[in-house]
Design a protein around this ligand. Sequence first.
Ligand code: HEC
Length: 100
Amino acid sequence: MRRTSLITALGVTGMLLSTQTLASETIQMGKSLFEEAKCMACHTNRPFNGDNSRVSDFKSLSTMVEACNTNLGVGWFPEEVEAVAHYLNHHYYKFPVSKQ
Ligand code: HEC
């Protein structure tokens, strides 16, 4: 009985750790994509989450990343848009994210 709960506890810890690693890898991938796409060419003068921000949650943040991706012809896939949204959220917006 004891042994079983110890194994269960280790299993849960392992799962939590791998979720965290995945999240930071996603953020890291978003950071590289963001830097490569030269987003800051405009956004230095248009700060993320500034006074005029139209973004109010993670979903609308993803929508705006997708909008700039499309308008500028960056060509990111949906997973890449998502990764950049995670990166911007981690650094600027800090919205709660239900699904990593
Ligand atoms: C040519 C200039 C330009 C470039 C380059 C650019 N953006 Fe934007 N971005 C804008 C403008 C203009 C808005 C505001 C649009 C609006 O309010 O309707 C905006 C808004 C946003 C927002 C919402 C900001 C907020 O808090 O309201 C996000 C997120 C965003 N852009 C992400 C990106 C990403 C990611 C890239 C790199 C692929 C990028 N942008 C490159 C012009 C640019």
